[in-house]
Design a protein around this ligand. Sequence first.
Ligand code: PRX
Length: 700
Amino acid sequence: MSSAQLEQHHLDLQQLQQVFEPPAAIQTRAHVPSIEAYRDMYRLSVSDPNKFWRQIASEFYWHSKPDGAEEAPILDYNFDLSKGGIYVRWFKGWRTNICYNALDRHVLAGRGDRVAFYWEGNDPEDRTSITYAELLQQVCRFANVLKSNGVKKGDRVAIYMPMVLELVVAMLACARIGAVHSIVFGGFSAGSLADRIINAKCHILITCDGNWRGTKLLSLKSIADKAMSICIEEGNPVVTCLVVSHVKRPRFGSDEADGDSHSSKPGIRPAKDCPVEMLAGRDVWWHEAMAKEDISDDCQPEWLDAEDPLFMLYTSGSTGKPKGVLHTVGGYMVYSATTFKFSFDYHLEDIYWCTADIGWITGHSYVVYGPMANCATSVMFEGLPTWPDAGRCWDVVDKYKVTTFYTAPTAIRTLMKSSDAFVERSSRASLRIIASVGEPINPEAWLWYHRVVGRSQCSVVDTFWQTETGGHVITPLPGATPTKPGSACFPFFGVQPVLLNPETGDVIEGPGEGYLVFAGPWPGIMRTVFGDHPRYEQTYFSKFNGYYTTGDGAQRDKDGYLWVTGRIDDMINVSGHLLSTAQIESALVEHPKVAEAAVVGRHHDVKGESAYAFVTLKDGATFDDSLVRQLLVIVRERIGAFAAPDTIQEAPALPKTRSGKIMRRILREIAAKSENYGDVSTLADPGVIETLVALRTRQV
Ligand code: PRX
């Protein structure tokens, strides 16, 4: 280390202990301008949730409310299994439409000309934008296309698309007519897409020809074709597949480049074709369906009960089978919008950019619904933070004068590994709030984000939440909360975190570490697992009766700050993607040579965690590079490339207790190259450890 680096290192170590006060410039205009103001609002939100959320709900458009709604409680729930089934209802009987609140409400208020999205393509020369009024017109037309294809209220619509504006149109069109969208992230394999289509009983799929990720062209339609073949075999055929032509044709929107998404500057985007096979009678081009003369620009929204389903989104389950997390219209609308407003201290003059893919919950709540309910102007990005180089994000920040930037620790750590010169070539003068989500952010990454990206002048907002929570549940507020690097700080309004002793289940008051659970519901909490309510009760409410269990551990320090430490179940978090180890294991054992597999997480400097697989082969089989390659292909095909283990090692035997339970704790230690195996007295054969350690050298 040079002396300058050493000095910086000491400074950073000191800062790790430091508390960062909200910057004065942010505090002055903040919705919640002090920690005392936060505490007052928080107290009301938990002591009188009816009063607190009724006031907030009055900012939205409700088409009708039942008689006596002004006096009746807006919340009804049961978290106690001994008293019957678990349920949560907010604003039951109140009728609204989230699409109307995200579009019509703003257009009718004279804000139709505001830009809803600046779309930035993978290619830095490729851009377009769309206003709220334009989006409303597209959404109404597409809602009519859906209706003309027989889609009705309550039907599930599968969506498998990259980050293109048509994805937003498709979601809002579903929401407008009361259809339930089920978006499958574009990185999932044909098998995973098919599983989700079948589980949700979808008969309509919306997809895209392909998309660019850096220099790679991904052919989404051909993956969708494979998925649709599986769906036929499984007796759940897709009847209509609408296909967006993104790679080949100019997009809609007000192009600011040369209007043709193909005529990019030479050398920036390789000229490649994206062949698409269209099956007559099933596959329909989006632009052809939208251009039909009998498709109107008017579409009355369906007035839905606040507790009608809005969307489902699959998340990994610790038993291996993904769960369709179901969110409903009213509570989710109020919660995603309110968390967006307060966590990012949103004001109309802000330009907001969340880098998450819409295929994950962060994209649902904080690319689409939360920002749009606030009439925000956002950047939507198709590409990668590292392409054409590691300065892309900061170039985009300058290009659109982004004030609020929201990304994941894995992206921060990737960019941190490149030279700071990539950051410093931009001014980033517009930035005020820089936020993070998806996994614990290590204090070093937090400090780099604050000092280098934020020029020590921005609020860093580390938001903890889950697919299931619908929106932020633990987060600092930019103008109110003094932050500590690595801590998500305090609960959002209406959220009551509790730490429980893992052994006794007793509540830990004051400083300590335990299971993170929540007492009582906030409006955005999931309502059920699609088609499997018992699984909802079992997964989230049976471990500690009376509480919603997150599956994470957390510490509370002497000042009451919460530090989420990570999963305590058999899930791993790879680059912010939650993966079930059981799901990877079941893919590995599909190989005819594999008898058994055990997957654990191992610390990774950039991804947070990576998957490390131990495989036991059947008698006579040999472990070699070709087998490893085949195993990786299976995982990629069954789940998706992001789930592929970084390491696969041979395990002639696995460390098991006498009752046959795999001791994953020991596998984690072996994977981490730590010699700290703890108590091994319950192992049936302690010699296994030595064998596995010796075989570590034969990894790929
Ligand atoms: O383990 C926690 C981690 O991500 C999990 C939720 O993953 P998912 O449902 O895919 O949603 C990700 C985006 C909301 C959590 O159980 N996690 C998420 N955010 C944080 C986090 N862990 C620590 N700090 C965070 N800010």
